[in-house]
Design a protein around this ligand. Sequence first.
Ligand SMILES: Cc1ncc(C[n+]2csc(CCOP(=O)(O)OP(=O)(O)O)c2C)c(N)n1
Ligand code: SF4
Length: 441
Amino acid sequence: MTTVELDIPSTRETAIPVREQVKFYQVGSYAVGNRLAEEQLRSLQSDPNRFNTLTSGHRACQGCGEALGARYALDSAMAATGGDLVAVNATGCLEVFSTPYPESAWTVPWLHSLFGNAPAVAAGAAAGLRALGKQTRVVAQGGDGGTVDIGMGCLSGMFERNDDVLYICYDNEAYMNTGVQRSGATPPTARTATTQPVGPEPGNQFGQGKDMARIAMAHEIPYVATATVADLRDLEYKVTKAMSIRGARYIHVLVPCPLGWGAASNLTVKLARLATQTGLFPVFEAEGGELTSVMKIRRPAPVEEYLKPQRRFAHLFKGEGEPEVLARLQAVADRNIRRYGLIEQESLDPDVLERVLAAPEDPEGRYEAVLRAASETKQGRAEAHPATEEQDSSEMWGLNRRPAPQTRPAHQGSMGQSSSAPAPASSTTSASSQPETPGQE
Ligand SMILES: Cc1ncc(C[n+]2csc(CCOP(=O)(O)OP(=O)(O)O)c2C)c(N)n1
Ligand code: SF4
């Protein structure tokens, strides 16, 4: 291996292969803001001898959170395994910008899988390596579309079999590679190329989407964590910890995308920080399905601070703005603060504490959407078979036995009773009081 002497005023020796040379712009500082830390506590990235899995020269947009997250995550996994690592990559931005044929920015053995089967390919790679008697570890990675949508079945199987794979989802909240289409991780009201562009409720609907970290926790796998590119030390720590564990592990990293979010490229880290500081993106760890740690927030930032710099939310601030929609998004953040205990009650201002405690359990309106669907089913049946439709479908499904949603801020649409949406079915309606008549389906 060829080595070079770098002109870095450092007490450490450097032995970086020529092809992986790193330029230190902050020479002598160890960079990455941990100059005051003990040498052994400094970040992996501040080590001039670090592994450099994703080299410069790839074609990510300026300020791409996914490129930043992937570099830190994979460098940490490389360090934790002594470089004995294989990476599997679902189709998506990370794959495309890092490997324009015939080039590659990866210095780690790297496999490109289909859009939807990275967990299965990784599980197969891990099994094959084990069969060969190798200790090589496997990391799989993909965007939120590849993970929470098309790859979710494979991922659930990987979790269920407890395959020895760390799966990392880089969540930029849409299908960015193909032109910013909505994914199951797109937040409510965010505009994408495939959400409602105009009308009374533009942007992604409330009540849809998946919380993949919680779905992973429900599989009771050894380790689940969330992280953002705002706290890269935390990301390093979580990947390192995950690599010390065997079995299926999942890390969900929020990675702002300047292009898809319509945000300035120098706001990537700030937006990721605001996502956590508002409570909209809780950062936590869970082991065996149980929450084991949360990253506390010092002062909850109002959601407007996070939403305003992003053009995908610009419609919420046009003219007189959308105070009811903003209140509903604030309620999502407040519910998260309460659900994950993101802040000590005593350190909250009384008015914020009151708001957090009063936040509804389901501000997204998922439960209400289920009720509405039940009601619409009943309506459809009534129209098709007016004479025979006597049974309240929500009653039939036992939905009315579930606890009623708590008080929500009023909002036209799925929060309050909208004039266009049928009222949720209720056990007090005359239809539901009819006895169940078998054989009417
Ligand atoms: C079966 C299949 N359908 C569609 C595509 C086209 N496609 C490639 S990448 C991509 C979106 C990737 O989105 P995501 O996983 O969120 O990653 P990102 O690009 O945002 O990082 C799509 C739709 C494909 N490659 N294969
Ligand atoms: S579109 Fe977004 S995720 Fe893709 S390279 Fe650009 S900034 Fe990164």
